[in-house]
Design a protein around this ligand. Structure first.
Ligand SMILES: Cc1cc2nc3c(=O)[nH]c(=O)nc-3n(C[C@H](O)[C@H](O)[C@H](O)COP(=O)(O)OP(=O)(O)OC[C@H]3O[C@@H](n4cnc5c(N)ncnc54)[C@H](O)[C@@H]3O)c2cc1C
Length: 332
């Protein structure tokens, strides 16, 4: 058991730079590694990615393990799973962290199986238990209605971590670290899928996951026209527009705007829930918001049980005057 050491972050690269989730994980991982008096390392897999390694050091890593291969250019389950597992069996981290995103959700459980260990998904807080030195992994359960903290007895202790629940360190290019390059043999015949096309979705304005303010609408908005008003408010507050499942299913807004259990998980400073009943599956995606403001004509709507501020009434009457007030403040 003693051969397992340190905290390792699975690094992701977006447009030639460390992705924001990786920077945040390095910040959180640094705290855990310091508590254990052990090293923090970062795995970088891809094609021609070694140039990003110094960035991982600048954001807190002591060691960066780089694996480069043309077959690793794009994330693919069949290439990444065996390659990452092979390296993990060499470096034996005590704690292994992934982002709670498409890659983390796909890769981490497969690795946990191969490494014969456990995995806590969608963690929102990680700490070291002072007595056992095991990782305390806190995650929402029952659609976000309760939190549970679990500890895993097998190593590595693996977790996927929700965006924005950890903070990145301030970049320090004077930090020193070690870069170690590994080679893996990838057998292309094991790859069962092929990327045939990439379609980049045009999404003007701020990304939902990064927005400090989100104006979300539910079934009660009634159609695309209503969402245009929500967009107006979001623009004024420099935020983004989100939705519950019914507006996405009805085609009023794209599915990428869905927030909730089967949609995006967001943690903005301010979340407007307009004509949203507050079903647990929706709350699972927004309960981490610092402040929730609800508008609903039903005073018994569950959303009022979680909202910090609420207005009971028809959003068609409340929202236009609210927007006018925001404009008034903005012009002062
Ligand atoms: C496995 C599973 C996964 C799911 N995943 C998700 C998910 O990821 N995200 C998600 O959102 N849902 C999800 N759902 C669906 C979820 O259970 C709810 O059905 C959905 O969140 C309800 O959306 P809503 O609040 O917009 O609609 P409703 O529950 O119909 O509520 C509409 C609300 O609008 C109010 N209203 C109507 N007109 C007005 C008006 N003029 N002014 C003010 N208020 C008004 C009503 O009082 C009501 O409270 C999932 C369900 C399942 C089973």
């Amino acid at each position: 058991m003693d051969t397992y050491k340190g905290v390792t972050v699975f690094g992701e690269i977006t447009e030639g730079k460390l992705s924001s989730i990786t920077r945040d994980l390095l910040g959180g991982g640094r705290t855990l590694a310091d508590q254990l008096h052990e090293e923090l390392s970062c795995l970088l897999f891809g094609h021609e990615v070694s140039g990003v390694a110094p960035e991982a050091i600048a954001y807190g890593a002591d060691t960066v393990y780089v694996v480069e291969d043309a077959h690793l250019k794009d994330y693919q389950t069949d290439t990444y799973t065996p390659a990452v597992a092979e390296i993990l069996k060499k470096i034996l981290p005590r704690i292994l962290l992934f982002g709670q995103n498409d890659i983390g959700r796909d890769l981490a459980p497969r690795l946990a199986f191969r490494l014969r260990t456990g995995l806590s998904t969608d963690c929102i807080d990680l700490n070291i238990d002072p007595e056992s030195k095991l990782l305390q992994q806190t995650r929402p359960v029952y659609g976000g209605n309760a939190l549970t903290t679990v500890m895993c007895q097998t190593l590595p202790q693996m977790a996927t971590v929700r965006r924005k629940t950890m903070s990145s360190l301030v970049r320090d290019d004077t930090r020193k670290g070690t870069i170690i390059t590994f080679t893996v043999i990838i057998n292309p015949s094991t790859v069962r899928t092929k990327i045939v096309n990439r379609v980049k979705q045009e999404s003007p304005g701020i990304k939902l996951e990064d927005a400090p303010v989100i104006v979300s609408g539910g079934r009660g908005i009634g159609g695309l026209d209503g969402f245009k008003l929500l967009e107006e408010l979001a623009k004024l507050l420099r935020g983004a527009v989100g939705a519950t499942r019914p507006p996405c299913d009805s085609g009023w807004v794209p599915a990428t705007m869905q927030i909730g259990l089967t949609g995006k998980v967001v943690t903005p400073e301010l979340y407007f829930a307009i004509a949203i009943s507050g079903a647990s599956q929706h709350l699972a995606g927004c309960f981490g918001a610092k402040t929730i403001v609800a508008i609903n004509r039903d005073p018994e709507a569950n959303i009022f049980n979680v909202a910090h501020f609420g207005a009971v009434g028809d959003w068609k009457q409340i929202l236009p005057s609210f927007i006018e007030k925001v404009k008034e403040f903005g012009s002062k």
